[in-house]
Design a protein around this ligand. Structure first.
Ligand SMILES: [Zn+2]
Length: 411
């Protein structure tokens, strides 16, 4: 078989396209494939499909293809242009690449696979021997494609969370599908408008199909959801992990204050106990158990605060909102009488948001999935040595966590 025929077959080229010449350059380690087409061919207008004759050719172009053994391989061709009475002068579609791609479809697919597997740009671009910008181009095109193809309906169960982008106060808002564990939407900042951007894509009827939305007790997200989602009052569920985190932080503040007071009296009992109080009791490593037992039996303020935190965990077991409400009311009385300022403060927070904490009884959703995705996002960010700006970061989140159909298809 001639090398031109071999490459025609490898590339899967069909008439009118054929490989005209193959040039091997062993010094530079590259293979150049020149593709031509037969004459007198009728070409389809890329917009309307009307069959037209070739008007002229665009500038010769080069596409990077899959390596031939370890040789970089390039495909060269001149693309015919047609003059459509309706759409004007346009380049026709070619079967091996997307209209503006710099890679053949197969190469682009492989880059996407390698990027997905490596989860790092640096790794993928080294393996594929492409530049950083080329890798970014593939990623951005893939995300654009995937998002265009995605059906525009809201998820039934949503999780909304913020994600710190850089140190300081640069945030993005991440909307997740809690059933599919995918990121549906990423917006700048964590304002009301950030989340509104997601809801505004849909009609009222579509939004009415949302069954529940899990979120932290963060006013802007609450407001946006209330404004756009029909029946939101009964659908917003303040996420239990976030709530317990607020309570744990209050326990920690109690510990810090008390530790300072005790140190003033040369009492070192609380030294090195920070994490002891933050574990849920059932998750506490055995080696810490004896210390905790001794401290629990003491009259320490932090021991009291800890007992309040542990007790609140039981609220998630209730299936009836009425019983859960009664439980929390009793808990709040205990907290308010305790005289522990940080606990009273977090108690106030819980009281203000109580109705949308209790909705958990009905919907039983948490942002647990979203938290998992968040750690994935952090890992991606670390491995890729940081993305140079927020848009890149957002693109990467969609690429790795969006559950999108990323591949190019021939036209
Ligand atoms: Zn046309």
């Amino acid at each position: 078989m001639k090398d031109t025929d071999l490459y025609s077959r490898i590339l899967g080229l069909a008439a009118p396209w054929f490989v005209d010449a193959v040039k091997l350059n062993t010094v530079e380690g590259r293979v150049d494939i020149h593709v031509e087409h037969g004459s007198g061919v009728r070409w389809a207008c890329p917009v309307c499909g009307r069959e037209l004759s070739c008007r002229d050719h665009a500038e010769p172009r080069v596409w990077r293809h899959l390596d031939t053994c370890q040789f970089k391989t390039f495909l060269h061709a001149r693309i015919p242009r047609v003059d459509c009475p309706e759409h004007g002068v346009l380049q026709v579609n070619v079967p091996w690449a997307e209209s503006k791609g710099r890679f053949t479809l197969l190469m682009e697919r492989l880059i996407i696979d390698v990027l997905t597997e490596c989860a790092t740009l640096t790794g993928a671009r080294r393996i594929m021997r492409i530049t950083w910008d080329e890798a970014w181009g593939v990623m951005e095109r893939a995300v654009r494609r995937g998002r265009e193809r995605k059906q525009s309906t809201p998820s039934r169960y949503l999780g909304v969370d913020e994600k710190a982008f850089r140190k300081g106060h640069d945030y993005v808002t991440v909307v997740c599908d809690l059933v599919d564990s995918t990121v549906e939407y990423v917006a700048d900042e964590r304002k009301t408008e950030s989340l509104e951007g997601y809801y505004l894509q849909f009609t009222k009827d579509q939004l009415a199909r949302i069954k529940a939305v899990a979120m932290d007790m963060w006013e802007p997200y609450f407001k946006a959801t209330l404004k756009h989602v029909p029946g939101a009052v009964g659908k917003i569920v303040h996420d239990r992990f976030h709530i317990m985190k607020h309570v744990s932080e209050a326990v920690d503040r109690v510990r810090k204050q008390e530790h300072r007071e005790l140190m003033g009296q040369e009492d070192h009992r609380l030294r090195g106990t920070k994490y002891l109080w933050l574990y849920r009791e059932e998750n506490l490593p055995d080696k810490h158990r004896p210390t905790l037992e001794v401290l629990k039996a003491s009259n320490l303020k932090v021991a009291k605060a800890w007992a309040m935190k542990e007790s609140l965990n039981d609220v998630w077991k209730y299936l009836s909102m009425g019983w859960a409400r009664r439980f929390v009311k009793r808990w709040l009385i205990w907290v308010n009488k305790s005289g522990l300022a940080p606990m009273r403060k977090v108690g106030g927070l819980i009281q203000r948001h109580l109705e949308n904490i209790l909705t958990f009884c009905r919907h039983r959703i948490t942002n647990g999935v979203a938290e998992g995705l968040n750690s994935k996002i952090m890992a991606i960010k670390r491995k890729a040595c940081g993305y140079r700006n927020r848009d890149h970061f957002k693109t990467a989140i969609y690429f790795f966590c969006g559950g999108l159909d990323l591949y190019p298809v021939s036209s």
